[in-house]
Ligand binder design. Structure first.
Ligand code: GLA
Length: 388
């Protein structure tokens, strides 16, 4: 599938600019096994890059002007690299502007590029197409102009670009898009950015994504609000337990003891963060021991917490998880990513996948009149140069 995408992107480039691209970059989306909404709470996360990618074809334009073409959107824009970057109403262009802004802030020297890109990462599905866009574009700039930016710094600059666009995200998406490795999940310590790779071996179970095919608005503002509520929570904890500086050093009982000192929402968010940080440690152990049912159980618990305490689920995602919970063949399911729509990540007993898929799709359509989308994903490498 990716071979077709690469061909399409490079053909388009050659037709438009009359030359072969100097660099072709592949930048993936990501999944996250467990550890949701805790990358910005000093927690651990367990994501992986996937075989859904954005393909970029680049050349230097030999001027100060860049021309960027989004094939799938049938849209393009031109930008003067030495002008000051500003947000526009054309959202996809902002991610590119954000990256250029970061390069300038850090004092890198570069000129314009001609760039064409095309993607098979569904947008608005919680698979981090924006991280793939930021990191892939930045990777290409790094290669073309020999900027010597280290991979982890590409991820950090991608994250800053996303902040500039308006979502105060953590580091998980950009880190996994850049640092992903075939057949491995990455355990990232989001406090220190230390990371270890673990085998993504789900034994008798298949990893499948169900896309609710809905995207509820207010995602950005609700996301930023959650982050702020967590900051409030940790401030109250610090005030009462001065030795604690982060949710990860805090027990559930300590949070519970402060219930009257926090608003109801701040209390619920804080309790979720403390519990989720613990779940990731247990999930890693389960994965390393090949105990997939134990991992799955933790995923169901995460969903429950995201739905009831963190309140980032929606009727469609809850329906998918509630339905799957009743199936013996499904050992784990939960909403994945920021929430308010997008995908659930599910572990389904091998041999039962097709039955579960068709039953759920039918029921989902009958309930919401919306088509369920289904993705079988393969865990793959992070952002890289493509050589034919
Ligand atoms: C979005 C953000 C990430 C992370 C997840 C929730 O994908 O970009 O940083 O916070 O939501 O886990």
């Amino acid at each position: 599938m990716n071979a077709i995408l690469i061909q399409k992107t490079t053909d388009f480039f050659e037709k438009t600019f009359g030359s072969k691209p100097e660099r072709v970059v592949l930048s993936p989306g990501r999944i996250n096994i467990i550890g949701e909404h805790i990358d910005y709470n000093d927690g651990y996360v367990l994501p992986a890059a996937i075989d859904k990618i954005i393909c970029f074809a680049f050349e230097k334009s030999n001027s100060n002007t860049s021309k960027i073409i989004a094939i799938d959107l049938d849209d393009s824009f031109e930008i003067e690299m030495n002008s000051s970057m500003e947000l526009t109403d054309n959202v996809w262009t902002n991610y590119i502007r954000g990256v250029i802004h970061q390069l300038k802030l850090k004092g890198f020297e570069f000129e314009g590029v001609n760039c064409v890109f095309s993607s098979n990462i569904p947008t608005g599905s919680g698979l981090s197409s924006s991280a793939a866009l930021e990191c892939g574009f930045l990777f290409g700039m790094n290669e073309l102009f020999d900027l010597n930016i280290k991979p982890v710094d590409i991820a950090l600059m991608g994250q800053s670009a996303e902040h500039w666009v308006g979502i105060n995200c953590g580091i998980m998406d950009q880190f996994s898009s850049v640092m992903g490795k075939e057949d491995k999940v990455i355990k990232i310590d989001c406090r220190t950015l230390e990371y270890t790779y673990h085998d993504a071996n789900f034994t008798d179970y298949s990893l499948i994504l169900f896309d609710s095919n809905v995207k509820h608005s207010l995602m950005t503002s609700a996301y930023n609000e959650r982050r702020q509520q967590c900051e409030e929570g940790i401030a109250t904890i610090k005030k009462n337990f001065p030795k604690i500086t982060s949710f990860r050093d805090c027990t559930e009982n300590q949070v519970i003891s402060l219930k009257d000192k926090m608003s109801k929402d701040v209390f619920k968010r804080s309790l979720f963060a403390v519990k989720e940080i613990k779940r990731v440690a247990l999930a890693c152990e389960a994965l390393d021991n090949g105990d997939i049912p134990a991992l799955g159980k933790l995923m169901f618990e995460t969903h429950e917490g995201l739905s009831k305490d963190y309140e980032v689920s929606c009727a469609e995602l809850d329906m998918i998880v509630d339905t799957l919970k009743k199936e013996e063949a499904v050992v784990g399911a939960r909403l994945m990513g920021g929430g308010f729509g997008g995908c659930t990540i599910n572990l389904i007993k091998k041999g039962e996948e097709e039955r579960i898929k068709s039953q759920l799709a039918g029921l989902y359509f009958d309930t919401f009149g919306i088509e369920l989308k289904i993705y079988d994903v393969k865990i793959s490498n992070g952002t890289s140069l493509y050589t034919a």
